[in-house]
Design a protein around this ligand. Structure first.
Ligand code: ADP
Ligand code: ASP
Ligand code: MG
Length: 406
């Protein structure tokens, strides 16, 4: 029998009614002649509540215990989903990540999958069961529970689809597919029929949370095409796969935004070998994740270096940068939160020019000041004031003609 892997996100299993809706869809898929593996997330809001709860008993809970705690969210959903399927008269069995054979490394809260050995899933499928697998979690070889980073149920689904060579992998969520921009920010955003792995990867890693970026990376590596679609209707979604390179490639496929960013500028950094290394080694040792880095041209033997990070990382810095700046003989350190990043993404940029000019032009005409710019082969990103991010997204969306035809 052909095998279908379906993943249902938090909103899709957000209350008992919705879990029953998922159960009905899953049973229908089995009755249509498929073997079905279902990956579910925690009910919406549960993971966030568990994180809050942990902070109420400890300022710095250990990552290991966080994983034991967070894994309970998905464990609740697998049992409830299996029960709901039983109530419809079909066979279902719930499996934790460990039981499903998801083996990870030991980096708690952001573990990487090292192996998938879905022996139990295969056995239960052969016995006619629908397998309900807890997303977002795995187990180390030593038997410790791990989690795969926020949004990690997407990764569980892709990894299981790859391991079982599923015919279809379907990611069900609360929107109809991948849009040209978050439809909650740009109301006339258009659903895409297809998107290339690289494009979705860039969009996901620059703020479009419709798919976890690591799951897209995994899908590309193991060539697992998948469909993103809604659990609330039967509309066709967005097919994610490798798109052949060609002249007809769309230049700009979509726009991502990332709020809550912060910027640090170190002025008058002596322009000599080794200073950038001193700054960024100190940041790396403190596990601060840096995003965009800009160094100005030096005319007077000194330069300014600016870099951005997630707003929550700024708090981790403490006096670290001020100390390094003093040690290397730099000037002032300016820290600024309340900024955001807008990224314009498309594989067509590999062979087309003029995207940057069009982006800067539309933002300039709309009164949006660009603080920093960064580019990659298929992306142009700008750092702007957070208060202007929605305006900027709408301006860029219109300038690149991405809106739905009315
Ligand atoms: P799930 O709980 O199903 O995993 P998520 O909340 O993680 O769902 O992801 C779906 C959300 O992603 C949508 O509700 C939407 O607001 C947001 N989103 C951001 N960018 C996009 C985009 N380009 N296309 C579709 N949805 C997007
Ligand atoms: N429940 C986890 C989270 O909220 C994993 C997921 O939803 O994919 O991040
Ligand atoms: Mg998600």
């Amino acid at each position: 029998m052909p095998l279908v892997v379906q993943k249902y996100g938090g909103t899709s299993v957000g209350n008992p009614e919705r879990i029953l809706n998922v159960a009905r869809r899953v049973v229908e898929t089995q009755r249509a002649g498929n073997s079905v593996v279902v990956v579910v997330s925690a009910m919406s809001g549960v993971t966030d509540s568990l994180i809050k709860l942990a902070r109420q008993v400890s300022e710095r809970p250990t990552d290991r215990e966080m994983d034991v705690l967070l894994a309970t969210g998905e464990q609740t959903t697998i049992a409830l989903t299996a029960m709901a399927i039983h109530s419809l008269g079909a066979k279902a069995i719930s499996l934790t990540g460990a039981q499903a054979g998801i083996i990870t490394d030991g980096i708690h809260t952001k573990a990487k999958i090292s192996n998938v050995t879905p022996r139990q899933i295969r056995k239960h499928l052969n016995e006619g069961y629908i397998c309900i697998v807890a997303g977002f979690q795995g187990q180390t070889l030593q038997g410790h529970i791990t989690t795969l980073g926020r949004g990690g149920s997407d990764l569980t689904a892709i990894a299981i689809a790859a391991a079982l060579k599923a015919k279809n992998c379907e990611i069900y969520t609360d929107v109809d597919g991948v849009y040209t921009c978050d439809p909650r920010v740009v109301p006339d955003a258009r659903k895409l029929d297809t998107i290339d792995y690289d494009e979705l990867l860039e969009m996901a890693s620059s703020g479009s949370k419709v798919m976890q970026s690591r799951s897209v990376e995994f899908a590309k590596k193991f060539q697992v095409p998948f469909e993103v679609r809604s659990s609330f209707n039967n509309n066709r979604g967005t097919i994610v796969k490798e798109e052949p390179l060609g002249l007809e490639n769309v230049v700009v496929r979509g726009i991502s935004i990332e709020r809550n960013q912060a910027k640090v500028t170190i002025t008058n950094v002596p322009d000599k070998p080794g200073t950038a290394s001193r700054i960024f080694t100190a940041l790396a040792e403190a596990n601060v994740i840096i995003d965009v880095i800009v160094q100005n041209v030096s005319v007077s033997g000194a330069t300014d270096i600016s870099f951005t990070m997630n707003g929550d990382e700024l708090a981790k810095l403490g006096g670290l940068i001020d100390n390094v700046a003093r040690e290397i003989g730099a000037g002032e350190v300016i820290k600024k939160s309340g900024i955001a990043k807008l990224s314009v993404v498309g594989i067509g940029m590999r062979s087309h020019s003029g995207v940057a000019a069009k982006l800067f032009d539309c933002l300039g005409n709309g009164g949006v000041n660009i603080q920093m710019i960064s580019t990659s082969e298929i992306k142009i990103a700008v750092i702007i004031d957070e208060t202007q991010i929605e305006t900027a997204a709408k301006l860029a969306h219109a300038a690149f003609g991405l809106a739905a035809a009315s």
